[in-house]
Write a protein that binds this ligand. Structure first.
Ligand code: GAR
Length: 204
C-alpha cells in the first residue's frame, strides 16, 4: 500500500526479481490517485488500484472499502510502503501479524512526520529507519529490523532523508523476505525470527 513516490515498492519488486522470491505482488493499492508508484506497478504488470479516501464520508467507511479491496486479493502479507493514512483499529486488528510498515526513523524515536528535521533538531548523531509490525498506535509495534545511518555535520533534512531512504531500500526487502520464507512472526509485543538472524540492525 502506497500514497506516493513508491521507491520502497520499487526496492521490494526489484529484490523479488533479483533474488527470485517465492512470492508475487498481487496488487499495489494507493489512496492517492496520482501516486507515482502506481505507474511503476502498471509497468511491472502488477494490478494498480486506487481507493481514494476522499470518496468516503468517514475513516471507517474508507477502511472498510480498503479491506474489501485487499481481501479480494487474499494476500498473505500487507506491506505499507509510504502509505500515509491513519488506519482504524478494526482494520489494524483484522490484519494483525501480517501487516508491516517502514518508518524513516530509529523507532521509538521520532514517530509521525518530519522525522529528518526532528532528528537534526534533536542533534542525534545516529538516525535511520525501522520496519515493524503494525499495531493500533501509529508508528509503534514490534520492531523487525532497523537500519542505522550517521548524521553528518553538514546535513540538512534532504541529505539526511536521502541517506535514510537508501537504507530503507536495504532493510525493507530483508524483512519481507524473512516473512515470505516463513521465518518471521509477531508474538504479542515481540518479534520472532527463526532461525535467528544477524541482520536485525543494518549499518551504513
Ligand atoms: C518513506 O521514507 C517511508 O519510510 C515513509 O514515507 C516514505 C515513502 O517513500 N513512511 C512513513 O513516514 C510512514 N510513517 P516511497 O513512497 O518512496 O517509498
Amino acid at each position: 500500500m502506497i500514497s506516493g513516490r513508491g521507491s520502497n515498492l520499487q526496492a521490494l519488486v526489484k529484490a523479488a526479481q533479483n533474488e527470485a522470491w517465492q512470492a508475487r505482488f498481487v496488487a499495489v493499492i494507493s489512496n492517492q490517485p496520482d501516486a507515482k508508484g502506481l505507474d511503476f506497478a502498471r509497468q511491472n504488470g502488477i494490478p494498480a488500484i486506487v481507493v481514494n479516501h476522499r470518496d468516503f464520508a468517514s475513516r471507517e467507511a474508507f477502511d472498510e472499502a480498503l479491506a474489501k479491496t485487499i481481501d479480494s486479493f487474499s494476500p498473505d502479507l500487507i506491506a505499507l510502503a509510504g502509505f500515509m493514512r491513519v488506519l482504524t483499529d478494526p482494520f489494524i486488528d483484522r490484519y494483525q501479524g501480517r501487516m508491516i510498515n517502514i518508518h524513516p526513523s530509529l523507532l521509538p524515536h521520532f514517530p509521525g512526520l518530519h522525522t529528518h528535521e526532528r532528528a537534526l533538531e534533536a542533534g542525534v548523531k545516529k538516525h535511520g529507519a525501522s520496519v515493524h509490525f503494525v499495531t493500533r498506535v501509529v508508528d509503534e509495534g514490534p520492531i523487525i529490523c532497523q537500519g542505522e545511518v550517521p548524521v553528518l555535520p553538514n546535513d540538512d533534512a534532504d541529505t539526511l532523508a536521502a541517506r535514510v531512504l537508501k537504507m530503507e531500500h536495504r532493510i525493507y526487502p530483508l524483512a519481507v523476505k524473512w516473512f515470505i520464507n516463513g521465518r518471521l512472526h509477531q508474538e504479542g509485543s515481540q518479534v520472532q525470527i527463526s532461525p535467528p538472524e544477524s541482520q536485525y540492525i543494518v549499518q551504513a
